[in-house]
Design a protein. Sequence first.
Length: 505
Amino acid sequence: MTSYARAVIDLDVTGHRINRHIYGHFAEHLGRCIYDGFWVGEDSPIPNERGIRLDIVEALRALDIPNLRWPGGCFADTYHWKDGVGPRESRPAIANTNWGDVLENNHFGTHEFMDLCDLLGTDAYVNGNLGSGTVQEMADWVEYLTRDDDSPMARLRRENGRAEPWKVPFWGLGNEAWGCGGNMSAGHYADEARRYATFCRDHGGNTLTRIAAGANEGDLEWTRTLMKSVTECAGCTMGAEPVYQAISFHFYTHSGTGINTEDAAGFTTEQYYATLAYASEIERLIRGHVAVMDSYDPDGRIGLVCDEWGTWWNVEEGTNPGFLFQQNTVRDALVAGIHFDAFHRHARRISMANIAQTVNVLQAMVLTDGDKLVLTPTYHVFEMNKGHQDAAQLSAHVLEVPAAPVASTELALLSMSASTKDEGALISLTHLAVDDSLDVSIDLRGRGASVRRARVLTGDAPDAFNAPGDNPRVAPRPLDTTLEGGVLRLRMPPHSFATIELDLS
């Protein structure tokens, strides 16, 4: 069966720039993300450069990833950075009590992470320890990384083999302070964030974007407390600029029964639709946080960062429950499509987002099995969508669309966004129907256009995934389109994601 949808895009009506950092990534010391993921060690038979796995570097470079968040997550607030510098054989092992209660040998530390960022060509987002650390410890880490003189921390960095400072644009002031980062109240954390931010200095030419640890999902009171703290601080003497420049929130997708309660594959049709309806809630959450932020900061000086998002399913059978290794299916790819459309629509305030996580954990881009590497369906959404990075929003509206009943509401079965840069445009479409095809008609207004390339991503079932050693079941393929009289027409198969690249005249 085939349904019908109608949409319009004004190619000459541009909005805010879509910050490329919306396409950010996250690498925590969790399961096989770092070890056996990014890091295999210099003695590994797997091709590597200074211990960093090169096939993963190659795969991620193809995504133009703009930033990488590290070392956590919950791990960040138990991590003491001096344990991870100096000769590897001299670094102390610690217990990773958050994830699997395994020993962490600290072979992958500050220098290795910055080396990874250099190989990826990406910006560093370092998450500091506000939970179990000290203000001095965090301030010293900033100095170690970014100062270029003979200060104590700059001298220590040189002793450890790095002469020049690095650029570190993004700095996290703890993580999930309402939970694993200290079980704090919003007011107590706001005071701590302001204090820590004060002592995280800009050294030399490095300017920090300090990111306060924000709300769990839709906790608007947490956001309100942080905004009030940073904009109405009586006695603050730091000048007109906010002491931190962004606040975060976290949002994980499931089918409504909670994280880590259902399987990544083998789900029912009801679970499929419930998951996509839950993913669509990201729009409502963003609107709520933006409304609160606008009431304190109408000029939009403070960014909103979703630095953990993605699906969270049961771990795969036979794997360590603390390692959060899950399969990645077409359903996960559609969740990503829904999220990116929402991020694009709110580009005025959303300054960064980070998928959780990049390798072997939760909604990963890449899964490894020994020397084999698998590109997941979610990876392909990032690749197909990368043209939105630093592009200008386009006015895009779905006018007519079928819907599916989910609980007490209805789920629209088409999500769309569009952007323009360099005399071209990119349209993204996420079709959610589990069984039906969708004929889409898009009225392109304001400028002439021609189709440069159109691709679609789907599988033979919504829980299709790619496995090591097999031909990929889920990979982009060409999509047939027609463009006549300014109307773009295409047919999307069930449970699919598509992008159409246009040349504009």
